[in-house]
Ligand binder design. Sequence first.
Ligand code: TXA
Ligand code: MG
Length: 327
Amino acid sequence: MAPFAEIGCDVQHAAHLLENGELVAIPTETVYGLAGNALDERTVAQIYKVKQRPYFDPLIVHCGSKEMVHEIATFPSKAFERLAEAFWPGPLTLLLPRKPIIPDIVTAGLPTVGVRLPSHPLSVSLLHSLPFPLAAPSANPFGYVSPTLPEHVFKQLGSFIPYILDGGPCTIGIESSIVGRDDANHLVLYRPGKITLEMLKDITGEPVYKAGKEHKVLTPGMLKSHYAPTKRLILAESEEDAKRLLVSLGDAGLITFGNVNPSLLRATVHTRSLSEVGNLEEAACRLFSVLRAIEDDPVSAVVVVPVPQVGLGIAIHDRLKRASITG
Ligand code: TXA
Ligand code: MG
């Protein structure tokens, strides 16, 4: 194993390493993934090890074609077929009944496997050149913020993997929406993302529910505290609340969205904006970079002004909420 990962755009080299059972960080439109042959138990075990991820938290399997999906899973209803038709390739993961070809270690023993077809051109051409699908969780240590740049991966996992396929900054910046069926056979959006509840409902022809209290936590990624930086993050309820928190904390930083009251900005010298013009796409794209950047700011904690909870704002709010709960 190389002492430090090489960063490059060589798809053939990445494919060669993966064929030899090595791990490669790959770009997707959502976040970078830590990829390995999904059909090879030993490679998959290595993914858990490098990520320091518990074996009971299953991985998403990335395919290059629908034919490949049919080799590893089945479509239990028309609704899933419609969703795949409408949103693949793209930022949607479907929890589908798995076929025996998928090793238990990939799904943590669950009867379903998370599947998606990514749309990033480099991951598409990589998947097309491989005879197997790729298991790939986000390429960050377990519980930490997902990477949206090759440098993010390099900083944390660079000494454990030989290659990072450089696809530039991720265009969406927030992990895929995850949809499955619950015990009552209802369609449920387990993790919000770029594909919103409304977009899903338009396609399925049946109701889709938000994951609620009645849904037991399926996996650690659905725990309240996840995607978290090491710095204390406090999600304010409003701009006034943010100002009150900054004054009482004394040396905290601020994360804003859109235009904010100048008196709020005067309450700290460390402000980072998710999007100065108040654009949710830009905010999603910058979210994880900003959460990484605050780690180096000389502040004891960071107060976050809430983003509007509409469209993509729901997914951004979800990640901020999980990142802001400690312990
Ligand atoms: O956008 C994404 O989804 C990125 C890129 C790399 O594709 N991947 C990603 O993977 O975010 P990861 O492992 O960081 O998050 C996947 C989430 C986890 O919370 C995991 O527990 C859940 O999906 N998951 C995977 N398979 C599942 C299954 N069969 N049932 C329930 N949850 C599952
Ligand atoms: Mg993750």
